[in-house]
Ligand binder design. Structure first.
Ligand code: SF4
Length: 209
């Protein structure tokens, strides 16, 4: 697994390839593990020191823009993400977390306060306007509870992180305007990410969010 790579002005940091979801639009779920020319398939997770060394090796300016992404769910290694985020922010860099928003559900506690001071921005993959379509698009072991948990996390994160936004991939047939209305009701903007055929096109914005 590539630990860090630069794409379009951002340095992306991959801490795990494990996921809570199995999104139908994900290239990984469809057997494609290459992101921006990097092979993300190797099943070895970096230590905090390895992650920081890989990140700092790619610094070209201060502030640099860093983002914790996949192909995996960064909060599965929340301690590493928050420790690395604090360190990078202390060096003057901008840090963003791209997450499925299910960490609190998974951990059984509100983890949003742990992001305070560790990240400047969080992107939560809201993905769908309701629990049923969410579970269809992003199968997971929590079923209908997952969508509600992502909504709760969006609300909670706004109290601890300066910038919070919801995202959704423009999967054909998805009611994007309904997701936008939901995001607005949650008090956050929605950013729509382009859809790519996971079997043929470029990977989605886990590499270019
Ligand atoms: S889209 Fe993201 S959260 Fe969904 S399976 Fe792929 S890497 Fe995991």
């Amino acid at each position: 697994m590539a630990i860090a790579y630069r794409y379009d002005g951002t340095v992306y940091l991959a801490v795990t390839r494990r996921c809570t979801l199995a999104c139908t639009f994900c290239p990984k779920i469809n057997g494609r593990w290459t992101v921006a020319g990097n092979d993300m398939s190797r099943d070895r997770e970096p230590s905090l020191d390895q992650l920081l060394a890989a990140a700092e090796a790619l610094v070209e300016r201060t502030p640099e823009r860093f983002a914790f992404v996949g192909l995996g769910e960064p909060t599965l290694r929340l301690d590493v993400v928050t420790a690395a985020g604090r360190r990078l922010r202390a060096l003057g860099h901008h840090v963003r977390l791209v997450t499925d928003g299910l960490a609190s559900l998974r951990e059984g506690r509100d983890v949003a306060p742990e992001l305070a001071g560790a990240v400047d921005m969080v992107d939560v993959s809201l993905n769908a306007p309701d629990a049923e379509s969410y579970a269809r698009l992003c199968p997971n072991r929590y079923g209908g509870a997952a969508h509600a948990a992502a909504c709760d996390f969006l609300r909670a994160a706004t109290a601890h992180v300066p910038v919070v936004e919801a995202t959704a991939v423009a999967v054909p047939g998805l009611d994007v305007e309904a997701i936008r209305r939901l995001a607005e009701a949650l008090g956050v903007p929605l950013r729509v990410r382009p859809y790519f055929d996971p079997l043929q096109g470029e990977p989605h914005e886990h590499r270019a969010a």
